[in-house]
Design a protein around this ligand. Structure first.
Ligand code: ZN
Length: 105
């Protein structure tokens, strides 16, 4: 899906329609990746590497990536920045789409 870089939209601070810049919010880091007992920390310690039985760290994930059919799209959240007052609006429910790109100008 392609979205325009600028949209004329209602600004609740200016209380009228203004030109607004559109940006896609990043997904951020993975939750709990640096928690105690996490795979990431174990790998940094040097566990769960190389060959042989890895015990706790050895088993495969429950569902392989290529088996995954349920969620082939992601929810993308858009932010709108008002050109008049400079305030950011948005962070709504987001839209479900496979890929989100900015329209070329
Ligand atoms: Zn505004």
């Amino acid at each position: 899906m392609k979205i325009p870089r600028k949209i004329k939209r209602y600004c609740k601070f200016c209380k009228k329609h203004t030109e607004q810049k559109v940006s896609i919010l990043s997904t951020g880091g993975k939750r709990g990746s640096l928690k105690k007992g996490s795979m990431k920390r174990a790998k940094k310690r040097g566990l769960a590497r190389g060959t042989g039985n890895k015990g706790r760290w050895g088993s495969k994930p429950a569902v392989n990536k290529w088996k995954r059919r349920a969620k082939s799209t992601q929810r993308k959240v858009l932010m709108y920045k008002c050109a008049v007052c400079g305030k950011s609006l948005g962070k709504s429910q987001g839209i479900r789409t496979g890929r989100l790109m900015m329209k070329e100008k």
